[in-house]
Design a protein around this ligand. Sequence first.
Ligand code: ZN
Length: 141
Amino acid sequence: MLMYEYKAGREFVGRLDYESDLLLSLTEFIRGKGITAGTVSVIGACKKAKVAYYNQLEKKYYDLVFDKPMEIISCTGNISLLNGQPMLHLHIALSDEEGKVFGGHLIEGTKIFAGEFYIRELIGPELQRKKDELTGLNLWE
Ligand code: ZN
């Protein structure tokens, strides 16, 4: 197990713009604030969503597009560094008009209807991602 200890830094609460891209807006925000480690949570609704599913055998992501209005039941994740740049790793659970829930690894292409976010900065050691040969994923090192 790999583990680092942090202290809580700045905390932010905000509302995303109508029709903004969920991942791109938050990435722009954290880079603008210089947040290099942290936790993120978002709830709200989207007009459409794009997520990815990682096939563990093929070590490859497959995109899934849900082109309809949905609730963002929970979108949660973290902030760390990849190639020296702050990046978000977020997973999202969405629900449709029947209350059915589905989701995945958030990628660019999720269009916000309304969104409320909470971001907590973490102060401590640099949290870097590096390609892991065993899983094929960019994991913390
Ligand atoms: Zn993921």
